[in-house]
Design a protein around this ligand. Structure first.
Ligand code: SAH
Length: 377
């Protein structure tokens, strides 16, 4: 089964391929505006739910920590708004190398390993004074009202691949090529496999399907937590709504790389199937999206933010960088269309105002930032 994580040779457990010199660059690393707008999204949800006394920001797979760093800057700028709120950061990261890079970025490297009193494997304090904790599994994160962020996280998790044949569904497996030494190849299972029985939906119409059961389990956990303690999850990734088929691919040095060559040296990825994530929320929460990145960022006010940054700088190189990164994030041919935003929210957050409500009853919830009024599912 293809996986980028199998220790000790897995890609993420062994190397840190993120960043301009790595195998891929992600939106938070392209522009500070990306993380700032996500920080504002959290604050906006916090206000819309009546400013609870505490919230946790939980990031799954934080990479180099850039997104959380940009969000912490926004929280710091809005310190007077948050002054009575107890904010803490919780990072779910399996890669020892990346957790070190995150610690350096967020705390300057002052961290404590294996703190005795916590379920975390590491803890520290951000440059702005916010406590930060690291975990290997979402189940170790303490319960409580939380914002869960997963940016380019689910696409990195291992998938099963299935092919429809005349004899029924078969699983695509990885095999050693008997003719060529050190060469892997794809084969079809001779008969049905347990995964085939469990993961193919009876109503499936595609001929080739990729399923990421680990993503399903994590979405279930997030949905349970949000149902119980409130908050929201925001998933941003490239993906589709249950329409695409064969998307599994590898990247090395920013170039496509044969997924079967030199395992553990390339970033392996598959598009996120948002229809599967929605199904795995099992109705415990409401879901919004997927909505295209360019629409989400536009709804979040990226144009205004760009104008302010342009006005604040006279340096032509900075202007060029700002416009270039805006284009990367928003251009439909670049990241604007293929990246999607998807959210889980408590049902009550999206309850439609009852037309027959008495005037003295509570006013309806404000709309969820970024998603406009559309895409209610
Ligand atoms: N969110 C970052 C990095 C994306 S790369 C960005 O957008 O720049 C994927 C990240 O998920 C890496 O940090 C990787 O180490 C982490 N990761 C992958 N599988 C994981 C798992 N099962 N549990 C926790 N973290 C995981």
């Amino acid at each position: 089964r293809p996986s980028a994580l199998s220790p000790p040779q897995g890609y993420y457990t062994r190397r840190a391929g993120v960043g301009e010199s790595g195998d891929f660059v992600t939106s938070p690393e392209i522009s500070q505006v990306f993380g700032e707008l996500i920080g504002i999204w959290c604050i906006s949800e916090w206000i819309a739910t009546g400013k609870p006394k505490a919230f946790q920001l939980v990031e799954l797979g934080p990479g180099r920590g850039t997104l959380t760093d940009d969000i912490l800057r926004v929280f710091n700028q809005l310190a007077s708004l948050l002054s009575k709120c107890d904010v803490s950061i919780h990072l779910v990261e399996v890669s020892p190398k990346l957790s070190e890079i995150q610690a350096l970025m967020l705390t300057g490297g002052k961290v404590q390993s294996n703190p005795e009193d916590e379920s975390a494997y590491m803890k520290g304090v951000s440059k702005t004074g916010v406590p930060i904790f690291w975990y290997r599994d979402i189940q170790d994160v303490p319960p409580g009202y939380s914002f869960y962020l997963a940016h380019e996280f689910f696409d990195a998790l291992p998938i099963h691949k299935f092919q429809r044949t005349e004899k029924g569904w078969r699983e695509v497996l990885v095999d050693i090529d008997p003719e060529v030494p050190d060469q892997l190849r794809f084969v079809l299972s001779p008969s049905s496999t347990p995964a085939t029985e469990n993961f193919i939906q009876p109503e499936e119409t595609r001929d080739h399907v990729e399923v990421c059961p680990e993503a399903g389990v994590i979405i279930q956990r997030l949905a349970c937590r949000i149902e119980k303690d409130g908050g929201a999850a925001l998933v941003a990734d490239y993906g589709h709504d249950g329409t695409k088929t064969d998307t599994f691919r590898g990247f090395q040095n920013h170039k496509l790389h044969d997924v079967l060559r030199a395992p553990g040296t390339a970033d392996l990825t598959a598009d996120v199937d948002f229809s599967y994530l929605r199904k795995m929320a099992q109705g415990r929460t409401a879901t919004l999206g997927p909505i295209k990145q360019r629409e989400f960022l536009k709804n979040m006010g990226i144009d205004l933010r760009l104008q302010v940054l342009l006005q604040n700088s006279r340096d032509p190189a900075t202007h060029e960088q700002l416009l270039h990164s805006y284009d990367m994030l928003m251009n439909p041919k670049k990241m604007g269309d293929c990246f999607n935003f998807f959210a889980l929210l408590p049902h009550h957050r999206l309850a439609h105002p009852d037309k027959k409500q008495k005037p003295e009853s509570k006013s309806p919830s404000p709309p969820v930032a970024g998603f406009g009024e559309l895409l209610l599912k």
